[in-house]
Structures are given as C-alpha cells and as structure tokens.
Design a protein around this ligand. Structure first.
Ligand SMILES: NC(=O)c1ccc[n+]([C@@H]2O[C@H](COP(=O)([O-])OP(=O)(O)OC[C@H]3O[C@@H](n4cnc5c(N)ncnc54)[C@H](OP(=O)(O)O)[C@@H]3O)[C@@H](O)[C@H]2O)c1
Length: 254
C-alpha cells in the first residue's frame, strides 16, 4: 500500500489561536489529516466551539492566555503528563494593529511582541525539551505574515513582530536541526477571518476593494493556510527547514 506523505496520523500537534480564524481551521484540518490536536486560546467557549466541529475525540481544550508564560507552561505540562510526546506546533495566535509612527510607544509595542513573538518562543522552548520531542522528528510552524517581508502604511508594529518570527525561524532551524526538529514560517496575505474583518481596510468599501485587488487570486481562506501547514507538519516536508512559505494569492509577486 502507498503511504500518504501528507498524513498526520498518530501525531500530536499543539495549535495556538485554535479558537478563531486560521488557527481554528488549522486545528480542524490537522485533525482531519489524523492528528491529535491540543487547542489553545483564551476563550474556553470558542475553543469548545472548535472542538464541536471535530468528528472525533482526538483533541484536548486548553484555555490559557499565552502571554501568561508560567500558567501556560503549567497547563501544557499537565496535558502532556498523559500525551507525553509532541510532533508539531502551529503558532497561529496573533494580534494586529494599524498605527502610524507618531503613535508608537514602547508600551504600545509590547503586547504585540508578547503575543506574536515572545509567546511563540516560550512555547517552542517548553515543547522542544527532550522529554517532549518525538525522536522521529518535530515540526514547528509559525504563522507570520507577508507583512514580515513587505511593508504597508501603518503596519510597522505588526511588521516588526512578523519580521522577528521570519528572522528567528532561520536561527532556530539551525539550532534545533540536530534534535531532528524543523522550523518554518507561513506568510499569508489577507485571509478572511475575524482579524481581517476588524482591520481598517474592511471598514470602507473603497479600501476593501483596493486590498482585494492587490491579491491577483483574490483574498485567502483559512483553508489555504491550513493546507500549507499540513505540508510543513507532515513527512512530505521532511527536508524543509528555515523557510518562509508565502501563501498570499500573489500579493508579493507584484
Ligand atoms: N487574517 C489575516 O489576513 C492574516 C494575514 C496574515 C497573517 N495572519 C496571522 O494569522 C494568525 C491568525 O490570525 P486570524 O486572522 O485567524 O486572527 P483571529 O481570527 O483574530 O484569531 C486570533 C487567535 O489568536 C488567539 N490569541 C490572541 N491573543 C492570545 C493570547 N494572549 N493567548 C491565547 N490566544 C490568543 C485568539 O484566541 P482568543 O481570542 O480565544 O484568545 C484567536 O484564536 C495571526 O498570527 C495573524 O497575525 C492573519
């Protein structure tokens, strides 16, 4: 029988941001592809909603604020007392803002780095301890953004955090390769989710039409990003590490 290289059977994958948008779809798709998923987000109610969309019991709900590093570590370690090994992480939790330079202060930058970057590193540090890593390999995927490699008016704060993920991925990939751990980034263009629905460009029709026109294939769907994650988490990408996988409907091709 031919083995499906994209299968995630028998894998345990931690998904942050599983209560909404891209992270929720990642949880659903990874589970459909065979994975046991650990669903992380702050809202227990919306995590349960994600869980109710699954057609099996291969999941656990873990409500936590990932910027509360100590409490998140304690909760994750508790879950892993039974699960023991981890095969993958998708860090999809993230927050965004549009802020002109004149309004940027260190205090305003801080929460964006805390959620988008520091929490990613904290969870990676915890789950790459030898006792949790499957010796057959682990794959870590950070959901960055095209804003980590190209610019847009008012997106400096968000870009700084996503650029940090893009840059950090390469050094982490080198550092963790000897433990058979791969680290990659996915860089989406605009994807239709609650985050993009709340963005400034969604508040007036002209701006929305403009942002749409920047994407030759139209705006993305959470499935487009989730499918890219399946590839990066599966044996199909066993020789891929330290990369940026741009999934943007052609946004950065211009
Ligand atoms: N949508 C886009 O156009 C787009 C484009 C490029 C990149 N991205 C990136 O893709 C990722 C997902 O975005 P999305 O559009 O799916 O956004 P979303 O619908 O707003 O979802 C964001 C998720 O992050 C979680 N989260 C935020 N802060 C958290 C915290 N402190 N602790 C735990 N969970 C937290 C939220 O959960 P709770 O509310 O339950 O805490 C939610 O599940 C983000 O990193 C975003 O930057 C999005």
């Amino acid at each position: 029988m031919i083995k499906n290289p994209f299968s995630l059977s028998h894998k345990t994958i931690v998904v942050t941001g599983a209560s909404s948008g891209i992270g929720r779809q990642c949880a659903l798709t990874l589970n459909q592809m065979g994975a046991f998923v650990i669903l992380i987000g702050r809202s227990e109610e919306r995590l349960q909603e994600t869980a109710s969309m699954l057609s099996n019991d291969n999941y656990v709900v873990l409500a936590t604020d990932i910027t509360d590093y100590t409490s998140t570590a304690e909760k994750l370690e508790k879950v892993l007392e039974t699960k023991k090994q981890v095969d993958g992480i998708v860090h999809a939790a993230g927050i965004s803002t549009t802020l002109p330079l004149r309004n940027i202060t260190p205090e305003k930058l801080h929460p964006f780095f805390e959620t988008n970057v520091y929490a990613a590193i904290h969870i990676t540090k915890l789950l790459t301890k030898s006792k949790y890593v499957n010796p057959e390999g682990m794959s870590i995927v950070f959901i960055a953004s095209v804003m980590g490699v190209v610019g847009e008016l008012g997106k400096t704060t968000y870009s700084l955090t996503k650029g940090a993920l893009v840059a950090g991925t390469k050094s982490l990939a080198l550092e963790l390769a000897n433990k058979n751990i791969r680290v990659n980034c996915v860089l989406p263009g605009v994807v239709e989710t609650p985050m993009s629905a709340n963005a400034v460009y969604s508040q007036n029709e002209e701006a929305y039409t403009k942002i749409k026109s920047y994407h030759p294939l139209g705006l993305g769907k959470p499935e487009d990003v989730a499918n890219a994650c399946v590839y990066l988490l599966s044996p199909a990408s066993r020789w891929v590490t330290g990369t940026n996988l741009v999934v943007d409907g052609g946004y950065t091709a211009r």
